[in-house]
Design a protein around this ligand. Structure first.
Ligand code: 2AM
Length: 182
């Protein structure tokens, strides 16, 4: 199965992000129910590895925290823009959790990620060059700020790729320690 570890987003946060989905030619918008913050993409994992991963993820002991989405940005630019994302306000607790997820992945014997973690919520991917509208769009929505909202769990998702786009299933929910954050 194709797996990834991510934070889900509260429904009201997803609804607010979903309202941003117009005015960009060439954009393929992520469906509201699919909006999430990836902590670690794993790709194809066999069932024995998935069980090992579930064991090591279950052993993670990390505090809950508050998350704020702040600003919009793109991966790639100009004609090479690949994705539009909501950025995340600096968040040491999120980085701490992601580092724990990374070592859980290593303990499960899965390959390490070489790329540095860049927290983001992908809003759209591009199948064509949005041209000058992208600058206008970022000017219009760039001051986006949503939150802080509480994060008290993370999840293991499976992903099925279909013609209509991916379908994500919540496989396991892992609770974080309760602390009075928001
Ligand atoms: P993205 O939002 O930046 O595209 C499920 O596919 C999640 O895993 C997506 O949020 C995606 O991040 C992330 N991901 C990271 N590396 C990936 C890869 N090589 N292929 C597909 N998804 C990847």
């Amino acid at each position: 199965m194709r797996l990834f570890v991510a934070l889900s987003l509260p429904e009201d946060v997803r609804e607010r992000l979903d309202m941003l989905d117009s005015g960009l030619p060439g954009a393929r918008w992520v469906a509201a129910e699919n909006l999430h913050l990836t902590l670690r993409f794993l790709g194809e994992v066999d069932s024995a590895q998935a069980r090992d991963l579930d064991d090591t993820l279950s052993a993670i002991d990390a505090p809950g925290f508050a998350l704020t989405l702040q600003g919009l940005a793109t991966f790639g630019d100009g004609a090479k823009v690949r994705a539009l994302y909501a950025d995340v306000a600096p968040n040491p607790a999120l980085l701490h959790l992601q580092a724990k997820v990374e070592s859980a992945v290593a303990r499960a014997g899965l390959p390490l990620e070489r790329r540095k973690f860049k927290p983001h919520v992908t809003l759209a991917r591009f199948k064509g060059d949005p041209g000058p509208k992208l600058g206008h769009y970022l000017g219009q929505h760039g001051l986006l700020r949503i939150g802080p909202f509480p994060v008290d769990h993370f999840l293991l998702y499976s992903s099925l790729l279909g013609a209509e786009g991916p379908h994500y299933t919540e496989e396991v929910v892992y609770d974080l320690e309760r602390v009075g954050v928001v």
